[in-house]
Design a protein around this ligand. Sequence first.
Ligand SMILES: NC(=O)C1=CN([C@@H]2O[C@H](COP(=O)(O)OP(=O)(O)OC[C@H]3O[C@@H](n4cnc5c(N)ncnc54)[C@H](O)[C@@H]3O)[C@@H](O)[C@H]2O)C=CC1
Ligand SMILES: O=C([O-])CC(=O)C(=O)O
Length: 329
Amino acid sequence: MKAVVAGASGGIGQPLSLLLKACPLLDELSLYDVVNTPGVTADLSHISSPAKISGYLPADDGIAKAFKDADVVVIPAGIPRKPGMTRDDLFKINAGIVQGLIKASAQYCPKAFILVISNPVNSTVPIAAETLKAEGVFDPKRLMGVTTLDVVRAETFVQSLTGERDPAKTVIPVIGGHSGETIVPLFSLAKPSVNIPADKLDALTNRVQFGGDEVVKAKDGAGSATLSMAYAGYRFTEKLIKAVKGEANIVEPSYVYLPGVPGGDAIAKETGCDYFSVPVTLGPSGVEKVENIVPNANEYEKKLLQAAYTGLKGNIEKGIEFVKNPPQK
Ligand SMILES: NC(=O)C1=CN([C@@H]2O[C@H](COP(=O)(O)OP(=O)(O)OC[C@H]3O[C@@H](n4cnc5c(N)ncnc54)[C@H](O)[C@@H]3O)[C@@H](O)[C@H]2O)C=CC1
Ligand SMILES: O=C([O-])CC(=O)C(=O)O
């Protein structure tokens, strides 16, 4: 099992690479970035775990060597937000970065599972899908936008109300997209159920939707969530690897191309969105099936969902357009 991290020298890339280097399920870890991979690789190579590590820069066809025959490609490459920016403001720069890395995946590891972290996820995943389509290697079951940080935040923020010692023991589906109002936590479907006082629900929901802004503000110009994102990115990658290796009943929300995955058509019809984050059952071929929990949302959540659909449709269209009608240079 070989994983490649693209953007490995960054704020997310370094701690994510650390967690992956320590993961006993991996045989090979390859680090790719446009800067600093020799240092990060040398440092991580001293860790006594099974995964063999190698690092590459663009020179000497580094991207080909980095991606060659990878089973899993994780992409946290691209610029992060500064205060006052939306995730959509990152589109201009990150769209092209993601497209380039997806082209490399198509060329050097066409069967890899691709996990997209780079923002705006609502648009970068459609960019990835359209690029893979154009390269003739698109398998929707193998492309996943990483929205796990929203789930992790929902679990964490609700803990003050549940009093559970381990926040991750409460499973909360968070669906929709990955930005502001497109993020919809479904606390009414928490397992075990949680009792949220009516006067606390708005604030809790808003904190999950805008948790990213909280970190951007606190970092005060030095970027956005990196450590919690590395944790979340690792959590999703580890679940995928376990599922690929045959472990059953692994479910985690992820942002996927609905018309291409089992169970997705009904959700696309209901939401009017072709890309949506929903609980995904992971298996040896990636997305085994998706679960339509939208009808189970309560009235409060259904209102949130209406706002999410509107925002998402625009973000998705923008990503598709970027590939179909590339901006003139
Ligand atoms: N999906 C999610 O929940 C989250 C997504 N993000 C997003 O993740 C991305 C990365 O964030 P940070 O790590 O904080 O940024 P960063 O700036 O610290 O790191 C980004 C890295 O990407 C590298 N890079 C740039 N162009 C590249 C290319 N063409 N090929 C390979 N590497 C390239 C840079 O050299 C840098 O090392 C941002 O777009 C951010 O918005 C951040 C938090 C959560
Ligand atoms: O807020 C940002 O820009 C980074 C991000 O996606 C998150 O923390 O959820």
